[in-house]
Ligand binder design. Structure first.
Ligand code: GLU
Length: 488
């Protein structure tokens, strides 16, 4: 490529004050650490009124997964982390999928070869498959004529970075401060692979530069490679972005959170009944602290509160119990309308055809996550065999005998209810307790057990009657009475 091409590329670079990018590899799922990186990256851009870019890093074709980019798009959109430039929205410096940019990396690599910062390597892989990468690689010293001869002869090649021998290279990370590595510890990493595609290690530097990225947010697993990236920036004469390396999200003190070990991905958490707002709020707190006691933050409140100073060097432990607590706080704070809408699919699956609004109102304050719903209301759809001991209850002074007595009185009273609604059921049962001169609980306890087969239910006898309807309520009460009388 001639100088003009490089100048042209350079002239297209947007010069925003803050431009960040989330650069996932399409692995087929969005792990929690990925959501967190995306969130912090998005927050930095939004807070500064800057630009948030999505870039798909798919140059490792061996790891190609069908449909993986769609999962990235849908997870980010679902979480509210929308991008200003990216694969499907375009932007001035696209394309944003690295394999679609593949022709522009080689010219830059060749430029480094000309400048003595990279070299063609013709060595084959060692028997065990590992790369060379040591500074004793004989290809480092090949002269230009010999290189050309081998290229002309069609010898397979890769391009490697030529790390200077001796000395050290340092960079500053916004969280970890200054980090320095002896050059002799840095390998001559491959920049362009045998298939002509760039490695991540090369493409990230070229793209971050060409996309005008000002802040690079990524995991600490890249800390040790960053000196090599800095040597590349230096060889090109480019400005280095700000680095923010985030500590890993752990399952426990020893293990990183990982899908392969069965830890949940973003989609798994949604499917498990966690609300996106609660997940995002929780993920924000994994490695970042706003300072102070407050823990509930909406996405827009996070934009306000986010500050790089709150990021922690220590790994964060993913705590499902804490997420569950946050989730229940979010559920409680929802409007009845919003809760009904969120709960509806779960209610319809567990209690088809029943009054979903009534059920939602009964469940709203007693739900840690939406998937708890089925377990709380499955008795509505069908009642299995339950323990008759449930009729015994100290508080309401109920036992089997009193339950027989109460159900015997309740059944004819309930038979006569017409019209059938919450008021008429309520008035009938309360009126009956009065007539029998017993406390309400003494009557309502056995009725509720007969209707539900469980000690704890969302709603009481009246609400459950309303949900079941007259026929089914009576059928359950009669069945209970028969059994208690020993006839069943
Ligand atoms: N593609 C890399 C990853 O998924 C991105 C690292 C970076 O943000 O530079 O880990």
């Amino acid at each position: 490529m001639d100088e003009k091409w490089f100048d042209e590329m350079e002239s297209r670079i947007p010069r925003g004050k803050v431009r960040t990018r989330f650069a996932p590899s399409p692995t087929g799922y969005m792990h929690v650490g990925g959501v967190r990186t995306a969130l912090y990256t998005w927050l930095i851009a939004r807070k500064a009124g800057g630009t948030f870019i999505l870039r798909i890093e798919d140059t490792d074709q061996g790891r190609f997964v069908e449909g993986a980019t769609e999962i990235i798009y849908s997870s980010l959109r679902d979480a509210g982390l929308t991008w200003d430039e990216g694969p499907d929205v375009g932007g001035p410096v696209g394309p944003y999928i690295q394999t679609q940019r593949k022709d522009l990396y080689l010219p830059y690599a060749k430029r480094l070869v000309e400048r003595g910062a990279a070299y063609y390597c013709f060595c084959e892989k060692t028997d065990d498959g590992s790369d060379f990468g040591g500074h004793d690689d004989p290809c480092r010293e090949l002269d230009a004529a010999e290189v050309q001869r081998r290229l002309d002869a069609g010898c397979p090649w890769v391009i490697r970075q030529k790390i200077p021998s001796g000395g050290s290279t340092s960079f500053t990370d916004e969280i970890f401060g200054e980090i320095s590595a002896p050059n002799d510890d840095l390998d001559d990493q491959v920049l362009i692979k045998g298939d002509g595609l760039p490695t991540y290690n090369f493409a990230n530097v070229i793209d971050d530069h060409l996309m005008g990225i000002t802040h690079v947010v990524r995991g600490t697993e890249y800390l040790s490679s960053t000196p090599k990236y800095n040597l590349l920036y230096r060889a090109f004469g480019w400005d280095v972005p700000k680095y923010i390396h985030c500590s890993p999200v752990m399952r426990d003190a020893q293990h990183k959170l990982s899908k392969r070990n069965g830890d949940p991905t973003y989609d798994d958490l949604l499917a498990a009944g966690y609300l996106r707002e609660a997940i995002i709020n929780y993920v924000a707190l994994l490695g970042w602290s706003p300072g102070g006691e407050r823990e509930i933050y909406s996405l827009s409140e996070l934009v306000e509160a986010f500050d790089l100073k709150g990021l922690s060097k220590s790994p964060a432990i993913f705590d499902l119990a804490k997420l569950s607590w946050l989730n229940s706080e979010y559920i409680r704070a929802m409007s009845p309308e919003a809760f009904h809408a969120a709960a509806l699919p779960y209610i319809e699956a567990a209690a088809p055809g029943m009054d979903s609004r009534l059920i939602a109102s009964l469940l709203h304050q007693r739900c840690e996550k939406l998937t708890d719903i089925a377990g709380q209301i499955d008795f509505l759809a069908g009642l299995g065999r339950y323990d008759d001991e449930l009729f015994v209850n100290k508080k309401s002074k109920s036992d089997r005998e009193s339950s027989v007595e109460m159900l015997s009185a309740a059944i004819p009273a309930v038979e006569n209810i017409d019209p059938w609604n919450a008021d008429s059921v309520h008035d009938t049962l309360i009126g009956l307790a009065e007539k029998l001169e017993v406390k309400n609980a003494k009557l309502l306890w056995p009725v509720r057990i007969a209707l539900s087969g469980r000690a704890v239910t969302p709603g009481g006898a009246v609400e459950i009657c309303c949900l079941l309807g007259k026929d089914e309520s009576l059928r359950r009460m009669r069945a209970a009475l028969e059994r208690l009388k020993g006839n069943a």
